[in-house]
Design a binder for this molecule. Structure first.
Ligand code: AR6
Length: 176
């Protein structure tokens, strides 16, 4: 019988999402068409190789808040979970849509019995979501789901800059 984990480790680190070999799945801040793009998506597609793009085309397009899972090809991980974040303030419910990204990514991770996952700060680059606000949504949503997790043991937030890392660390201390 499976039991629910109450001791999931949650950490924030500074680094690149494609350089996280200790996790089974990494999350992509994707575009609707699941094409290469820039930022996180560009780095992931570049590191994974062209087969990732080919597999993605079976799932595209996706809508804001949705997530799909693929293999990770040349990346040091087993899976990539592609989430489409909302463009900041473009839709009334942008906060719910961002929360849905995190919820749906965790759902796919659980369905695939994934033990460890790394998230970038979805929507905070090209999509313009302010880091402070996005961090609040990301951390609150993840903490709200933790008690339901059966397989995940490790959740990592991967931030690109020291300033972003500090925002996450502060929010985790405040809420965790
Ligand atoms: N590792 C970790 N974080 C990164 C990396 C990386 N390699 N590169 C950038 N970041 P973005 P979005 C940070 O723009 O806002 C794409 O072109 C970055 O500093 O990648 O959801 C897609 O194709 C920022 O804090 O994602 C879409 O069209 C955060 O990751 C669109 O951009 C997210 O930045 C998605 O925009």
């Amino acid at each position: 019988m499976e039991s629910t984990h109450t001791n999931v480790s949650i950490e924030a680190v500074k680094g690149g999402i494609t350089q996280q070999p200790d996790v089974e799945a990494i999350v992509n801040a994707a575009n609707a068409e699941l094409t290469t793009g820039g930022g996180v998506a560009g780095a992931i597609h570049h590191a994974a190789g062209p087969e990732l793009y080919k597999e993605c085309q079976d799932f595209a397009p996706i809508r804001p808040g949705e997530a799909v899972i693929t293999r990770a090809y040349k990346l040091p991980n087993k899976y990539v979970i592609h989430c489409l974040g909302p463009m900041y303030e473009r839709k009334k419910n942008y906060e719910d849509l961002l929360a849905n990204c995190y919820k749906n990514a965790l759902k796919l991770a659980e369905e695939n019995k994934i033990k460890s996952i790394a998230f970038p700060a979805i929507s905070t680059g090209v999509f313009g979501y302010p880091m402070e606000e996005a961090t609040e949504v990301a951390v609150k949503t993840i903490l709200g789901e933790v008690s339901k997790l059966k397989h995940l043991e490790k959740i990592k937030f991967v931030l690109f800059t020291q300033a972003d890392l500090e925002i996450y660390q502060r929010k985790l201390e405040e809420l965790y």
